[in-house]
Write a protein that binds this ligand. Structure first.
Ligand code: TXA
Ligand code: MG
Length: 324
């Protein structure tokens, strides 16, 4: 398939209308877009990503008024969160309308909706006029792409077009909050924190089982967001101990350092110092993992960052990266 990379949004519209697949930038990660009402087009997304059909897709929209095209019930809580955080890295799970395709919802009675904050995504959604389903533009279980190169590497031979829009600002997937039940429930942590959501809602927000504030039970790890290279998360003291007993067979390896502990940076021990700020760390994480994953290291060690609330989403992703 001949794949086009362009910044010209008008070229994407006829492709989407014809049931094609167009990757586009959002502020979180690149998405793989298709017309949210076209079942045949959506089927191609699952084939391209090699994604199981029971994993539902997020419908991206341009305006809050479009909630009423997809959701059967739009609770006050949804309008409050939309007003506070959209456009932005937040997905709302709401009761769906009858017309919403099963292939979008995985056969559930809810639908995920989000207005992304990226000029290219917003312009595409406004001009297309309809909802666009968009999972992250990577193969199932791989790391989400935050650059055009990463999309091309993941799906370049399987899609019609990549709309180019630079590197993604946020760098991790949106926070997903389920508002279809009695208690607002975070299904996937993101850079909009539980505290920020709770403050706007003026009520408690819970994490779904398996996600606690900063720790995850090992059994809950999914094979998700994972580099090919064996990846481990070590606390600072575990890392110091590991380095003191380092074996030749451990090398070469990459270390994503968080603290100031000294690690010699040699060809066999490649040390990358990660940002101290959570937002900058999130922005860099997938790009850094992807780049070290290309370098034939025996392993990647991630030094655990702090466990405060702004790091919850980062914790979630680094533990998933190390789940293999
Ligand atoms: O930041 C993002 O959300 C990116 C960009 C492209 O918008 N998209 C993204 O999509 O991460 P994806 O498909 O990689 O992840 C969507 C997640 C899946 O884990 C899926 O299970 C969940 O959203 N999801 C979607 N609809 C749902 C629903 N009705 N109920 C529960 N979970 C849902
Ligand atoms: Mg994904």
């Amino acid at each position: 398939m001949k794949m086009i990379i362009t910044t010209d949004i008008t070229q994407a519209l006829p492709l989407l209308t014809a049931g094609g697949l167009v990757a586009f930038p959002t502020e979180t990660v690149y998405g793989l877009g298709a017309d949210a009402t076209n079942e045949a087009a959506i089927r191609k997304i699952f084939l391209a990503k090699e994604r199981p059909y029971d994993h539902p897709l997020i419908v991206h929209i341009a305006d809050v008024s479009q909630l009423y095209d997809w959701a059967d019930e739009v609770p006050e809580s949804a309008l409050k969160l939309a007003a506070a955080f959209w456009p932005g890295p937040l997905t709302l799970i709401l009761k769906k309308q009858a017309h919403v395709l099963d292939i979008v919802t995985g056969g559930q009675d809810t639908v995920g909706l989000r207005i992304p904050h990226h000029p290219v995504a917003l312009e595409l959604l406004r001009t297309f006029g309809k909802g666009i389903v968009a999972p992250s533009a990577n193969k199932f279980t791989h790391i989400s792409p935050t650059t055009v190169d990463a999309v091309q590497e993941e799906l370049g031979d399987k899609i019609d077009m990549i709309l180019a829009g630079g590197a993604c600002d946020v760098g991790l997937e949106s926070t997903i909050i389920d508002l279809s039940g009695a208690i607002p429930t975070i299904l996937r942590p993101g850079m909009i924190s539980a505290e920020a959501l709770s403050k706007v809602l003026n009520t408690d927000v819970q994490f779904s089982p398996g996600i606690t504030s900063t720790t995850r039970a090992p059994g809950m790890h999914h094979l998700h967001y994972a580099p090919m290279t064996k990846t481990r998360v070590l606390t600072q003291s575990e890392l110091i101990e590991f380095l003191s007993g380092l074996q030749a067979t451990d090398l070469p390896m990459a270390i994503l350092r968080y603290s100031d502990i000294s690690i010699p940076d040699t060809t066999s021990l490649h040390c990358i110092t990660m940002p101290k700020q959570a937002a900058q760390y999130a922005h860099d994480l997938y790009h850094t993992l992807r780049s070290v994953d290309h370098q034939n290291f025996k392993q990647i060690i991630i030094e655990a960052p702090p466990k405060t609330t702004e790091w919850v989403a980062i914790y979630d992703r680094i533990y998933k990266a190390s789940a293999k």
